[in-house]
Design a protein around this ligand. Structure first.
Ligand code: ZN
Length: 475
């Protein structure tokens, strides 16, 4: 029994021991297996969990276990819409270690960029001290929320304006505009009339006017101060100074030059009248010559052509002067060369008809003409010198019959214009015209001659001995 008993006990002991062993082995296996599992298990990491909106999102996923980097084996489902703010998923798949692994991450697409405000106009504005700043405008743009101009908050204070705006993701932007109250611009004085004027000694200077304008204080004309050292009785050059100051102390200045010239003194006349006829010969020339012949009056013809009538005039003792071949202001006053070419042409024509080389000139428009300014500045100044250098003589006039002006059809006005200006104490050079539309001149001529004769005048043609009558040159 004991044996049995002992055997029975021993048998039990063996069983228990076996079970213990199995259990221990089991737990060791489980432990090893678990350790292996965790050593070989892939771990997923997402390096970039946020993305800026509208920028391309490329997930940076790393997969590792204790031994290997498995990142290159991962397949990713990228569900991110990078054009829209939001939270998205990416799903990572990996087949490894006889298993399929999967890991889902969340990615946030954010707007972290600030909007910007663009100021219209400068960031530093200068405003007249007397005025207030008027908003020049602005524009607010956000990369994601687009136009935010309506949401701009404008804060005005005395010397600056602060513009701020927030986008829907609470990104903020602020910009300042500085306001400087000052007037740095000088007022401007605009002179009316010429900036340089010439007047005769002893005559009166008349102010032609001026206007003073300021950027801030508008019209300052009343505040202009005028100073000058003008002595109208003394020949010389003078300056009239116009000065004005605005409310900020900026000064404006303008100057006008006044040249006081000697009054032209005509050589003492001897009761002679020099009738001069411009622009012929014409269909009236023969009648003009008839009248002059009948009255035994000598005159001067400044011609623009030459024909038999020119020859007749020359042979009757009248003087033939040179006016122009073309009488085209634009041509003759564009260059000195043109002028002399034209002069030579009319001189040749006269020579061919009369055999006489005339050296007497009358400039188209007179030497005082201003029309030549449009074609060449200073040309008259050059021409009057140059014609004298070349041995020519030129005459203007001191009595204008106005027969080429408003009185062209009015013979009694032409008559009175002439006779009212005659003086026994001057060289009376009378401007008349010999051209087809000057019937009124023809009609007035006998009366002018009659008046002259009855008042003790004699009529002569201009010669080299005639005291010159010349205008002041204006160009
Ligand atoms: Zn003319």
């Amino acid at each position: 029994m004991t044996f049995h008993y002992n055997f029975g006990i021993m048998f039990l002991d063996v069983i228990v021991l076996k079970i213990k062993k199995v259990v221990i082995i089991f737990f060791i296996t489980i432990t090893i297996f678990t350790i292996c599992f965790f050593l070989f298990k892939p771990n997923f990491y997402l390096m970039n969990k946020t993305s800026e909106v509208s920028e391309e999102y490329i997930p940076k996923v790393k997969v590792k276990n204790a031994f290997f980097d498995l990142s290159s084996k991962v397949v990713i489902d990228n569900l991110v819409d990078n054009d829209k703010i939001g939270t998205y998923k990416i799903i990572c798949h990996l087949n490894y270690f006889f298993l399929s692994w999967e890991k889902t991450f969340e990615v946030e697409v954010k707007d972290s960029q600030s909007p910007t405000i663009e100021l219209i106009g400068p960031q530093e504005v200068t405003v007249c001290p007397s005025k207030t700043y008027e908003e020049l405008g602005y524009k607010a743009i956000d990369n994601y929320d687009q136009d935010l101009t309506d949401k701009v908050n404008v804060l005005k204070s005395k010397d600056k304006i602060v513009y701020s705006v927030k986008d829907n993701s609470n990104n903020e932007f602020t910009i300042e505009r500085k306001i400087i109250y000052q007037d740095l611009e000088n007022p401007v004085i605009n002179l009316k009339g010429e900036k340089e004027i010439t007047i005769y000694q002893g005559s009166k200077y008349t102010e032609m006017g001026y206007e003073a304008i300021d950027n801030c204080d508008s019209n300052l004309t009343d505040k202009v101060l005028i100073t000058n050292n003008l002595d109208i009785n003394k020949i010389g050059e003078y300056e009239i100074t116009y000065e004005v100051e605005d409310l900020s102390g900026n000064k404006g200045i303008a100057k006008r030059k006044v040249i006081v010239k000697k009054k032209p003194t005509y050589p003492k006349g001897d009761g002679v009248i020099y009738l001069t006829f411009d622009d012929g010969p014409s269909n009236l020339t023969s009648q003009v010559l008839d009248i002059l012949d009948r009255e035994n009056v000598k005159a001067t013809f400044f011609v623009i052509s030459a024909n038999e009538l020119t020859k007749r005039a020359y042979q009757s003792g009248h003087t033939i002067g040179l006016h122009s071949n073309t009488h085209n202001y634009k041509y003759i006053y564009t260059s000195e060369t043109n002028y002399f070419q034209d002069l030579k042409a009319i001189q040749d024509k006269v020579y061919n008809v009369t055999g006489y080389r005339s050296m007497l000139i009358r400039f188209p428009g007179g030497s005082s003409n201003t029309v030549s300014k449009y074609y060449k500045k200073g040309i008259m100044t050059n021409l009057v010198k140059e014609v004298l250098n070349r041995g020519y003589n030129y005459f203007d006039w001191n009595i204008d019959s106005n027969d080429a002006g408003s009185d062209i059809k009015n013979s009694s006005k032409i008559y009175s214009n002439v006779i009212s200006n005659l003086s026994p104490n001057k060289t009376n050079v009378v401007l008349l015209h010999d051209a087809s539309n000057h019937q009124a001149t023809l009609k007035a001529l006998p009366d002018i001659i009659a008046f002259g004769k009855s008042h003790g005048y004699t009529f002569k043609a201009i010669t080299d001995d005639t005291p010159v009558v010349r205008h002041y040159v204006n160009n």
